[in-house]
Every structure is written in structure tokens, then in C-alpha cells.
Design a protein around this ligand. Structure first.
Ligand SMILES: [Zn+2]
Length: 564
């Protein structure tokens, strides 16, 4: 492609609302333009990169026996899908047709694939199956932001596996872990593979592939021993606490205006690790009191597992008042009767702590779990940077990441709801075992940009860059330079390289700036002076290393040393 004819609308400045590097640089590099909040047009460069990502996914899905299918974007809302989809249901785009039939836009693929399987897969002889598609999806995202990181319309590769039993499902799941690993490695993405919670039900095994980067909002606890899990799921141990010695009696003290743990820290000048945070939740109409260390936070996915329920919510101030006889801010565990009390494990063996007194603007000192109240000890908190790894005892590190892939063992979740069974070898009807797997295409591109950029622009790995190479004629008005550049452009294309030929009549400085911006890994520059000695310049964008090479060898040299 000749740059002079290409539509690559680079910008010197990005709009002020583009905060993350990928958003800013993909706009500036002329990859994307915003059409509506969370909705972007992919221009020429983005489309080229995304096609390469798509191709890598196809090759790796085909390698594990995946069969590509195409499902429609529009589907009838199946009755009862809200309960099957769990928390994802509220983000679906809904519309009505002229006959007032309710339709979903880009609804859950696993739902649609499960429906097809329901009518068609009847015997163990047809199993296992892996179906996948690469298709646009829609989410009524409440806070679209960060360019391609949080979108309302996006492309995903979705796969479903169908197996006869748990053992088969495990094999299919592992195949997808391998396929995802190869996809992300080939894309040149730095990634972690982490355990996570299921968005569907508390019991399903799920994992995620995540790309560490500064703007990531998905927190993953990582240990040098290889353990990695989302902080919502991670099992971790608190370091030993230093409590006051002695068996001091409970003591109430006035705390006027204290509403939060932070207020209490300011009021008492004590560490929040010596305080008990009391939360009240409602599950199936019943209150559940949750106790955490003052500096720690609740993990709702862990709570879901403990409660064995997916539907619960924080109590309203009125509900809490009815239970505790006090307003939020002064709640505590001491003296509560007839309510389920769950204390996080980090409160095990602690003593002389502070907690609300269940009396407005009053707290208690010297609260000792086991002596002053009895609670179930469970793991219900988010893992933190302070925590120790349960496997090896070393400190965990919490990494900010972007989720790029998600895998889940659905097991019989859909087939039981839809009564989908298959005949096993003994002629017995058994529920069909399903797994579902997803990879976000724009997420890969944006996360790679987050990981590979500097002040001048983007440097994408070759596998997903829109071009392998830019050939830059420094002086297009110079006859020998132009002729040599044209010839090199032809030759590189003949050698199956994706080449962008910068044939624009711009100053060299402008051309270099644009080339640095748009993320092509290599540039070959033909300039008058070096060309007189038969030399051209190879510039490696990621390292900014420059190498002079003989013009007649340059394509072979590039292929042997850089573009293998
Ligand atoms: Zn460890």
C-alpha cells in the first residue's frame, strides 16, 4: 500500500477525553474514530491488525479441532435466560420488533449454541464437539471508557465445547487453555493465566487470561511460585497480627460523628488492622452479618460460594437498624442474636479489637472473637498486596491487568435448565457437559498498545501490526531515491512482506514522526546521502536501533534477521 493513497489520518494531539495510552495513540495513529460512546469505527490500520488477530485465533482454534460457525447477531429472547445468564443479563441490549416480540442483540453465544446442541446432539457418538465463531457482540455497558478497553460493541471469538462427562469436559477445557496460550503468545502479548470466579454461578470453575498494564482495573494476585488468581478468588493468608496482650474487658466509648473505618482510624489514631468492619447483607430475605478486618474488603464471589446463593445485596440502612438497633457506622457483632455471623479468616485468633457497639455513635474496645461473639470463620475477602501465598508462604503481588480471555466449565448448567441430554455408551440419558470460552479482539489490540508504546507512539509486535515494514523515501523529488524506493517496495512485496510505502511528498521529519506513531515494527529509509554509498537504513521501532545495510541485500537481510 502506498501511504499517499492510504487513509491514515494521524493526529498531532488526541482529544482531551482520551486518557489511556491505547485510546490516545490509536486515535492519533489513525486506527480508530469514535462514533458514539463505547462505539468505534475501525479504520484501515485497526482493521488490518484485527484481521491478523482473527487469523491467529482461527488457526489456533482449528488446531484443537474447533469448527467455525456463524450465529446471527439478532436472536429471540429465550424465556428464563435472565436466570441462566446471571449478572450478564442486565447488560444485554434488548429490542422489540414490530410485532412486539422481544429480541436480544448479540446475546450470550453459549445460550445460542446450547439451543442448537439441544436439538441435534443426541448420542455419545457425536461427542466431543468444539464450535466457535468470531462475531460482533453488544453490551449495554454502564460506563464505556478507555477507547477499545470498555466498549458497547466489540468483536469476540466465542467457543463452546460439548462433552459426555466431566472427564471429557476437562480435556476440552485444557485444549482451550492451550489454544489461548498460543494465541496470546503469537500475538506478542505479555499475559498471565489466573484462576477467577464465574460470572454465571458460584460453583463453576473459571479462569482468565489477563494482560498486565498500568491502566488495568482487573486485579490479579500473583506469586513467584506460579500461583495467580483474581483478587476476588485468590486464597491467601494474612501476615501475623500484633494485638495488645491481656484479656481486657469490653469497654464502650463515645465516637461522635464516626461513620466509617477511616473516621474511626482518624478518631482513635489506631491501625485499621485492629478494627472489625461489620457489613450486613440480605440473602433470600434473611440478614447475614459479615465481619472483616478494618483494612480489608469483601469479595462478593467468595461470599456467593459461602452462601451457596447468587442473589444477595447489601442491607438498606433501615434493615440494618432493625437488626442491630443502630445506624450504619456503629454496627458490630457483640450482642447479636439469631443471625448468621460470618467472620473472615483474618480475624481468627485475634483479640482486643475495636468494633461498633450497636448503639449510635458508640464503639467497643477489647473485642475478642470467640469470647465476645461467635461467628463462622470463612474466606470472604479480597486478597491484597500484604497477603502471603497459601502455597509457598511468600508475599503476593497484586498486578493491574486487562482481561483478554475467559474460560468457564459450565458443566450441566445449561443442559439441566434446557433438559438437554445425550445417550451414553450404556444407553442412559445424561446431561450434556458444556464449556465456554471467549477472547476479546479489540482488547488484545488495546492491551498490546498499552504494553508497547513510548512518547512517540506505538510499536506493535509484527504478528499483529498492520504492516511488517515501512519503506520511506526521504526525498521523493530525488530521481535516484524515488526509483530505488519504488524498486525496493516491489521487491519486498514480492517476498510476501506487508509493506507500507511512504511515497508522500512530505519532509523526512514528518514522515519519521508518522512512522513512529503508527506501530509498524520496522522502517527502511532511503536517503540521498547514504544511497550514494549504496546503503539504506533499517530502523527497529521498539528499540530505536539503526543499522545501515546494502540496498541490494536489504530484503534478504530483513527476512533473515528481523522478519522471520
Ligand atoms: Zn507462592
Amino acid at each position: 500500500m502506498r501511504w499517499g493513497q492510504a487513509f491514515i489520518p494521524t493526529l498531532r494531539e488526541a482529544p482531551a477525553d482520551a486518557v489511556t495510552s491505547s485510546h490516545r495513540l490509536l486515535l492519533r495513529g489513525g486506527y480508530i474514530r469514535q462514533v458514539a460512546p463505547g462505539v468505534f469505527a475501525h479504520l484501515f490500520l485497526a482493521q488490518k491488525s484485527l484481521s491478523r488477530i482473527k487469523q491467529i485465533i482461527r488457526e489456533e482454534m482449528n488446531r484443537i479441532g474447533g469448527q467455525e460457525i456463524g450465529l446471527p447477531v439478532l436472536s429471540l429472547s429465550p424465556p428464563g435466560n435472565e436466570s441462566r445468564l446471571g449478572e450478564a443479563a442486565s447488560d444485554l441490549f434488548k429490542l422489540r420488533d414490530r410485532n412486539q416480540h422481544e429480541l436480544d442483540l448479540g446475546a450470550a453465544r453459549e445460550e445460542a449454541m446450547a439451543q442448537i446442541a439441544h436439538g441435534e446432539l443426541r448420542s455419545y457418538k457425536q461427542l466431543p464437539q468444539i464450535w466457535y465463531q468470531i462475531q460482533r457482540k453488544f453490551r449495554d455497558e454502564p460506563r464505556p471508557k478507555s477507547g477499545l478497553l470498555r466498549l458497547r460493541e466489540f468483536a469476540m471469538a466465542d467457543a463452546c465445547s460439548f462433552d459426555l462427562d466431566e472427564a471429557g469436559l476437562e480435556v476440552s477445557y485444557q485444549k482451550h487453555v492451550d489454544a489461548c496460550t498460543r494465541v496470546f503468545r503469537r500475538c506478542g502479548l505479555k499475559y498471565l493465566y489466573a484462576q477467577t470466579h464465574s460470572t454465571l454461578t458460584a460453583e463453576n470453575i473459571s479462569s482468565e487470561f489477563v494482560a498486565p498494564c498500568e491502566v488495568g482495573e482487573n486485579l490479579v494476585a500473583v506469586c513467584d511460585c506460579g500461583y495467580a488468581a483474581n483478587v476476588q478468588t485468590a486464597e491467601a493468608k494474612s501476615p501475623p497480627a500484633h494485638d495488645l496482650d491481656g484479656n481486657a474487658p469490653l469497654e464502650a466509648f463515645a465516637t461522635p460523628g464516626v461513620k466509617t473505618i477511616d473516621d474511626l482510624v482518624r478518631f482513635t489514631s489506631e491501625s485499621p488492622t485492629r478494627m472489625i468492619k461489620t457489613l450486613v447483607y440480605m440473602a433470600e430475605g434473611q440478614p447475614v452479618v459479615l465481619l472483616l478486618r478494618g483494612d480489608q474488603n469483601l469479595s462478593e464471589p467468595k461470599l456467593a460460594r459461602v452462601l451457596g446463593a447468587d442473589v444477595f445485596r447489601p442491607a438498606t440502612p433501615e434493615e440494618a437498624l432493625r437488626l442491630h438497633g443502630a445506624s450504619l457506622g456503629s454496627l458490630g457483632p457483640v450482642g447479636l442474636k439469631g443471625t448468621r455471623l460470618i467472620a473472615d479468616r483474618s480475624l481468627d485468633g485475634r483479640k482486643n479489637l475495636m468494633a461498633g457497639a450497636n448503639q449510635d455513635e458508640t464503639h467497643l474496645r477489647n473485642v475478642t472473637p470467640g469470647r465476645d461473639f461467635t461467628a463462622e470463620s470463612r474466606d470472604i475477602r479480597l486478597a491484597t498486596e500484604d497477603d502471603l501465598c497459601l502455597r509457598c508462604g511468600n508475599h503476593l503481588h497484586v498486578a493491574k491487568t486487562i482481561e483478554v480471555g475467559r474460560l468457564a466449565k459450565l458443566g450441566g448448567h445449561y443442559s439441566e435448565a434446557m433438559h438437554t441430554t445425550v445417550l451414553n455408551q450404556h444407553g442412559k440419558e445424561v446431561p450434556l457437559m458444556m464449556g465456554c470460552y471467549g477472547i476479546g479482539l479489540e482488547r488484545i489490540l488495546a492491551a498490546t498498545v498499552e504494553q508497547n508504546h513510548d512518547d512517540d507512539g506505538i510499536f506493535l509486535p509484527r504478528a499483529i501490526a498492520p504492516f511488517d515494514l515501512i519503506v520511506t523515501a526521504a526525498q521523493m523529488d530525488d530521481g535516484p531515491v524515488r526509483t530505488a524506493a519504488e524498486k525496493l517496495y516491489e521487491e519486498a512485496q514480492a517476498q510476501a512482506l506487508e509493506v507500507l510505502f511512504d511515497d508522500r511528498a512530505e519532509r523526512p521529519g514528518v514522515k519519521f514522526k508518522d512512522a513512529d506513531l503508527i506501530g509498524v515494527p520496522y522502517r527502511v529509509t532511503l536517503g540521498r546521502r547514504k544511497l550514494e554509498q549504496g546503503l539504506v537504513e533499517i530502523f527497529e521501532r521498539s528499540t530505536k536501533r539503526i543499522e545501515d545495510v546494502k540496498l541490494e541485500n536489504v530484503v534478504r537481510y530483513l527476512k533473515e534477521n528481523y522478519l522471520r
